[in-house]
Design a protein around this ligand. Structure first.
Ligand code: AMP
Ligand code: FES
Ligand code: ZN
Length: 307
């Protein structure tokens, strides 16, 4: 006999939620998901229900679920969706189309920047020293352009769709490679250190990748059905596989790691970590810890192999 939902006791329970102890039906799952996101936003004081919020939307399950869920639970939020078309062949136009479909359906403002309009594409890094790890310059470029668009759009807070699996995976990698600055950046809220930075928040920090996928599926959201061609065999994929193995039979494992880092390790490291002195990049005018920022250095590298 099929298992009944642990909450309503009526419907058939299809899945167990993150900690593995409870099985829920589709309707109760949606309710659980939305309550948990709301709780996370309130717990970390991410934003007020009527604030102006930028949401970085990639066309994937996480950020699409984030946009849909926040629109639904905070109807008074003034939302601007931000999308970067990275110019990746057979991928980026498909992502942009899905983002447009979703924002049209929700009647949410959407601003798009195409890196090709800046005179380069992410695929161009194939001809540089980054050829086997294109995700690295891509991440720097995405972050910079999203920040720049958020500032120009005048949003107070910027939300991204980082989930529990991403966060714990990156925490472990950053810890083992002793990259403590990266580790501290994984906090649920990052406050600005300069007027040209926004407050950054991660409302899906406690949701697993599977939960984001199911929420998108049950809510019938348009999401991309292709993976980035540059993500195959990358370190972050390998770390995710390792994390899956470590979590086998221990569904609460990822929460334990998250809590250990957020409550114990990060506060200890943060106390010792000196904030880098910020200056202004002489090329783009945005805050940077060096004379020319990491974004401008990557852009001039990729442009040098085109020209
Ligand atoms: P990733 O670095 O690909 O794991 O993405 C982390 C988060 O960054 C996503 O959940 C989105 O909020 C945001 N993001 C990633 N790619 C894009 C994009 N092309 N345009 C806008 N936001 C993005
Ligand atoms: Fe950046 Fe794949 S999305 S390299
Ligand atoms: Zn710069």
């Amino acid at each position: 006999m099929p298992l009944k939902c642990a909450k309503c006791g009526k419907e058939k329970a299809e899945l167990s939620i993150a900690d593995g102890r409870v099985r829920l039906c589709e309707i109760c799952f949606i309710d659980y998901y939305e309550k948990k996101v709301k709780e996370t936003v309130e717990k970390y004081d991410m934003f007020k229900p009527d604030e102006s919020l930028g949401i970085a939307v990639s066309g994937g399950k996480d950020s699409s679920s984030l946009l849909y869920c926040l629109r639904k639970i905070f109807p008074k939020l003034d939302i601007t969706a931000i999308h970067i078309n990275l110019g990746i062949k057979n991928y980026s136009d498909h992502c942009e189309m899905k983002v447009k479909e979703l924002t049209d359906r929700l009647d949410v403002k959407l601003i798009i920047k195409r890196v090709e309009d800046q005179g380069f594409s992410i695929d161009g890094f194939k001809n540089t020293i980054y050829r086997r790890k294109i995700c690295s310059p891509c991440g720097i470029i995405k972050r910079h352009l999203i920040d720049e668009m958020a500032i120009k759009a005048g949003v107070k807070v910027l939300a991204t769709g980082h989930n529990l699996d991403d966060t714990v995976g990156t925490m472990l990698s950053a810890f083992f490679s002793e990259d403590f600055t990266q580790l501290v950046r994984l906090k649920p809220v990052l406050y600005p250190h300069h007027p040209l930075q926004t407050k950054k928040v991660k409302p899906l920090l406690r949701m697993t990748e599977l939960e984001d996928y199911l929420y998108a599926l049950y809510s019938e959201l348009p999401i991309r059905n292709q993976s980035c061609p540059h993500s195959i065999g990358t370190q972050s994929r390998e770390t995710k596989k390792l994390l899956e193995r470590l979590s086998e039979g221990k569904p609460g494992f990822r929460y334990q790691v998250l809590n250990l880092f957020l409550k114990k390790l990060i506060p200890m490291i943060e106390d010792k970590l000196k904030q880098p002195d910020l200056t202004i990049c002489k090329s783009c005018g945005f805050p940077s810890s060096s004379e020319v920022c990491a974004y401008c250095r990557r852009v001039s590298l990729v442009k040098s192999v085109i020209n």
